[in-house]
Design a protein around this ligand. Sequence first.
Ligand code: F6R
Length: 655
Amino acid sequence: MNTLTPLVRCSHEHVSLAVFASSAAASLAVAREVAGLIRQRQQEHRTVVLGLATGSTPIAFYSELVRLHREEKLSFANVVTFNLDEYYPLPPDHPQSYRHFMRTHLFDHVDIAPENVNLPSGSVPQAEIDAHCRAYEEKIRAAGGIDFQILGIGRTGHIGFNEPGSPPHSRTRLVTLDPLTRRDASGDFGGEEHTPRYALSMGVRTILEARRVVLMAWGQHKAGIVRTAMEHEVTAQVTASFLQQHENALFVLDHAAAGALTRFRTPWLIGPLEDQGLAWDERMTRRAILWLSRSRKKVILKLTDDDYNEAGLQDLLRVHGSAYEANRVGFYQLQHTITGWPGGRDPRRTQPGDAPARPLRAASAGVFPKRVLILSPHPDDDVISMGGTLCRLVEHGHEVHIAYQVSGSNAVSDESLWRALVFVRDSGLADAATTAQIAAWCAAFEATGALPPAADFKRWKGFVRRQEAIAAARVCGVSPARLHFLDLPFYDAVTVRHRRLGDKDVELMGQLLGEVRPHLIYAAGDLDDPHGTHRICLHALREALARRAQEPWFAEAELWLYRGAWAEWEVDEIDLAVPLSPQEVLRRRRAIFRHETQKDLALFAGDDRREFWQRTEDRSRRLAESYNTLGLAEYEAIEAFKRYAPDEFLRHVQL
Ligand code: F6R
């Protein structure tokens, strides 16, 4: 679908919706509509007024506008823009200012007249803020009002910076940022303490007065709030919900951001699946039965015909004939995800009557031991997300390789490096000149709390993390010879927002695949890390697999995606569940502890105050409890994976 044609509205949604396979395709479609409007107005010799947003969401949209300008002669001469917001206080040339953002992503690359560009000012004196905001509103009115407003949505449900509590009549004003918004922005500012507390933002009323409003959202981390905004009641607690009252508003989503909507998550609540072009396939069946078990608070095998009927699942009951049959199907599907043999069984040691290593695909199932490649975006994701499974694979005798995709240097504080430098300074290991240089750096840190700028610090911070990864892998029984530090170059872009996957990244990934020729690949399928590093790493894998698809190992390989520290798979998405014993949980904890620089002071911990080892343990324990609540065996902890055959991955996973 190349146009912004909305889907047929369903009863649960109170605002129009268009869903795309990828954020890239969606951004293109939005850009095309905006370009169409600009061109139409040009023909009419009229200006067009655009309301613009910043943040990670509209970046591809702006790139497409720039491309249209460069390659298809789209002129911005008749365009007037008003941005939604600006941090306060913040000088206009600050690298994180929205003015700077807009110049970087759009204004510096198109022929827009500087006098047609408007943003609230982050440097207006405090006493003049109210007058400045009134003048901003006046200027919008004088320009004829906003024709087309682009929006993103924050995890608080904000549009612009209209945080929870912003009333529907609000206008441009000074706002206090919600703690969650500040935490989300803290990565860009190098920590929460450097993140502004305030912003100037257009109000809800200002936004609702635009003639057309398009809200874009990408990624699973937006799915919950998108659903609330679209399906729940209109409330000032989620200001995006006010768009339900706009007659020309459209939510433009990728699959992941749309994933929690009733029509996708629990489509049986909308009507018979057949009418929606859907079928009761294996995954849908399992999802419905798990949903039913949870909503009825009963284990799967105790669900009755009445439970199915009362919850609107008559359709599923009809397919299986009775609750008894349907329950059995759901139960066994789930039970078959569980195995203590993630790499398959050693055929030489298999006894008749042993449970099969179920979820493995036939092609490589008989190979033993297997070559296993674990891809860890940052140096600690392997042990955080699948440390128990990693240890199992090693213990079972597989050839386990771990590849660390980026150096992780950005998440090492100056203090951590200072500690390493103090060791070199005091140990007498370095010569006199080096020791003197190091002593000077240490003295600077001790005086100011920051290391002075020096080119190599970033590289050395990478070494600190490398050494931590080596120590953690050692806990898991993987020798340094099987560790691969890829240091993908995309990670070293000037700012997080400038990170783009490059040819070199894909080449490095491809080389590794060619060297290891893995039977099993484990990769982070978690696209929710705050900086998008995991997403780019997965993208790198995707491109590298595409380039190597003709090699003989490819057809036999299996790809398992794990989730990072930020979220867990939904139970119905899980294809492989590896139960851990209490001892294994402790061993995994020891491995995570080796990542000392990420302990208690992790720079990019996101909006979760727990340390990584705590999140890991809570998450895997909770998953074990979920299995138990559904009526399966009670385990201490479970690590979970979703399976793709690499060719299926290439076809289905859009990044
Ligand atoms: C930005 C703005 C915000 C963002 C929202 C989503 O001008 O007003 O409402 O659109 O915070 O940010 P990202 O796109 O970074 O997830």
